[in-house]
Structures are given as structure tokens and as C-alpha cells.
Design a protein around this ligand. Structure first.
Ligand code: KG4
Ligand code: ZN
Length: 318
């Protein structure tokens, strides 16, 4: 049994899975409401909230799984990348638990966690495959050859796809986080009403900042009444531009096995546009600890006590 813990952004999450990848519990406490009034995640507010939630969330996960701490054999925790203060709360809690029970600790890269959301029961997807990882913090095209890691083939040059969704939602007054709100509203709109730019940068990279600026200029031209009237069309057209950029890249990579993970993988238009892709299960797209526990099966765990000096990292950039 593996206990996973995830606190890299604004979700406090704990999960228990078996070594075979069966999920016993997957508890996610989202702080989205807390950050909504600021229009985005406030790092210091997130850290403090993680501190309040981490113990109850851990307790709930263990209770729901019906296993005591004595049955846990390994603890997996997100080490980075993410908000450093937020990460430190989870890492410290994981260290304390592991130390108290003399357990090994598996430090997990959050991105590896997203990929490992595919390795869980009941329908695990095994490498090799090409993976599109689209979240609030990242947009990556990954070459995944084995369960233990990945190679980055392409990345965003500016905003992440989820960030583009969130910034677009903010411009349309849809609140935070905006991906799901745009997804919903887009169903009532015409995706061809507006022509937003799709950046085609060289190689396998992505770019979304021009798109966001285009929406800003379009919204500026509309008065309040007109904006309200065209909102669904704007959402649908904007979403179409993001999804087209993602799908084009996935198709350009020319592989018969493409997998899609991360928060944006929950998008209904993206899911429909890639019917042959291996899509992460909906409940495992956005941040959760089951995916961290899953990745924790494939990284080398640090033996008891040696992890006490382990540090979190905010970014993977050298
Ligand atoms: O993976 P995730 O939970 O956190 C990061 O690691 O960043 O992804 C969160 C992102 C947010 O930007 C959110 O707006 C986006 O995923 N998202 C969606 C949808 N659901 C969540 N974007 C588009 N359509 C959705 N249905
Ligand atoms: Zn994530």
C-alpha cells in the first residue's frame, strides 16, 4: 500500500493505492473558492490553507481506505515543481509520517505524477506512448518510453494551455479557475463566430500568449450588453483555438499512440477531438494524490531517515 500526498498548487490531496495500481481512496480538497476572489492562486494563502487541511485530508484518506497507517509501506509525495511554500507543507507532512513509521519516502515530480495517472486501474495504459500534458502550469509534449520517467519534446514558450483558459475566463468574467467554465459555456456558442489566432511556432513547442491578447482586444471593443450577448460565442471560439493548437501538435507528432493528461485533458472538446487517444480518467485529470502515489511506485524511494534533509523545488529549470 502506498500513501500519496499532493500539495503543489491549490489542491490538498491524499490517496491510498495498492502496488498494483488499484485506487482505495483519492481525497481532493480544492481551495479554488478561497482563491476565486483574487482571480488566481495566492501562494501564501495556499500554503496556509494546506497547513490547515493536510492533517484532516490525510486522516480522511486513511479512514476511507479502511487502512491504518500500519498497513502503509511507502509514502509518495510531490517534491516539485509547484509553489514552494505549498510544496513544503506536503513534503514536511510526508517526512514526518514516514519518519514516525520508519517508512521509505518516494519524492515525485508532479509532471511524472500526471503521466502516471494513466498507470492506474481499472484501465491502465502502458508505455511507450507520446503524451500531451496540458495543465495550468505546463503544456508539454512528452516521449514516454517507460513507467519511470519521460523526455520532453516540446513545451510552451509562454503561457500554459490551462493558464490560457484561466486568463480567458477572467476576461469573460467567468471566475477562477476558468477552464471548466469556458468548457461549459462553449457548448452554447458558435466556435466559428470569431477567428482567434493559432500560434504555429517551430518544432513541437506551443504558444498561447497571442491568443489571450487577441481575446483581450476583442472584448475591449464590446460594450457590457454586447459582451454578455456574445459571451458563449467568444468562449467557444477561444476554446476552439486552444484545442486546435493542442490537437495539431498531437497529430503532427505522427505516432499511433497518443495519451493526454493534466487538467486541460478534462476538456470535452479536446476529448472529442482525439477519440483514439488514451485519455486520463476525468477524475484524475486535475491535481490529485492517486497519480502521485502511482508515480511513487516507479521512482527509487529514499530509505528511512535519509530523506529528512530533502528539499522541495519550485521549478525543474536548471
Ligand atoms: O493539472 P491541474 O489541476 O493543475 C496544474 O498542475 O496546473 O490543471 C488545472 C488547469 C486549470 O488551468 C483549469 O482551468 C484547467 O486545468 N481545466 C480545464 C478544464 N478543467 C480544468 N481546462 C479546460 N477545460 C476543462 N474542462
Ligand atoms: Zn498538475
Amino acid at each position: 500500500m502506498i500513501l500519496g500526498l499532493e500539495t503543489s498548487c491549490d489542491e490538498t490531496a491524499a490517496a491510498v493505492i495498492t502496488d498494483d495500481g488499484e485506487i482505495l481512496t483519492n481525497v481532493v480538497s480544492s481551495q479554488a473558492d478561497l482563491h476565486a476572489k483574487y482571480g488566481g492562486v495566492v501562494p501564501e494563502v495556499a500554503s496556509r490553507r494546506h497547513l490547515e487541511l493536510v492533517t484532516p485530508v490525510l486522516r480522511e484518506a486513511l479512514e476511507e481506505a479502511g487502512v491504518g497507517l500500519e498497513r502503509i509501506e511507502r509514502i509518495a509525495v510531490t517534491q516539485g515543481p509547484g509553489l514552494i511554500g505549498a510544496l513544503l507543507v506536503g513534503l514536511s507532512a510526508a517526512k514526518a509520517l514516514a519518519w514516525a513509521r520508519r517508512l521509505p519516502l518516494a519524492p515525485v515530480n508532479h509532471l511524472h505524477g500526471h503521466v502516471a495517472s494513466l498507470y492506474l486501474e481499472p484501465d491502465p495504459v502502458d508505455p511507450p506512448f507520446l503524451c500531451l500534458l496540458a495543465s495550468g502550469g505546463h503544456t508539454l509534449l512528452l516521449d514516454v518510453q517507460d513507467h519511470g520517467g519521460f523526455t520532453i519534446l516540446g513545451t510552451t514558450l509562454d503561457d500554459a494551455a490551462g493558464e490560457a483558459f484561466d486568463k480567458g475566463a477572467r476576461l469573460l468574467g467567468l471566475g477562477y479557475p476558468g477552464g471548466a467554465a469556458i468548457d461549459r459555456l462553449a457548448r452554447e456558442g458558435d466556435p466559428e463566430a470569431y477567428e482567434f489566432p493559432i500560434a504555429r511556432v517551430p518544432g513541437l513547442d506551443f504558444s498561447f500568449s497571442g491568443l489571450k491578447t487577441a481575446l483581450l482586444y476583442t472584448v475591449r471593443e464590446l460594450d457590457a450588453v454586447e459582451l454578455e450577448r456574445r459571451k458563449a460565442d467568444l468562449a467557444a471560439s477561444y476554446q476552439r483555438a486552444i484545442i486546435t493548437a493542442l490537437v495539431e501538435r498531437a497529430e503532427q507528432a505522427k505516432t499511433d499512440r497518443i495519451a493526454v493528461v493534466g487538467g486541460v485533458a478534462a476538456n470535452s472538446e479536446l476529448r472529442a477531438a482525439l477519440p483514439d487517444a488514451a485519455l486520463a480518467p476525468l477524475e484524475l485529470c486535475t491535481d490529485n494524490a492517486a497519480m502521485i502515489a502511482s508515480a511513487g511506485r516507479y521512482v527509487e524511494a529514499i530509505p528511512f531517515a535519509r530523506y529528512l534533509a530533502l528539499d522541495a523545488y519550485a521549478s525543474t529549470a536548471a
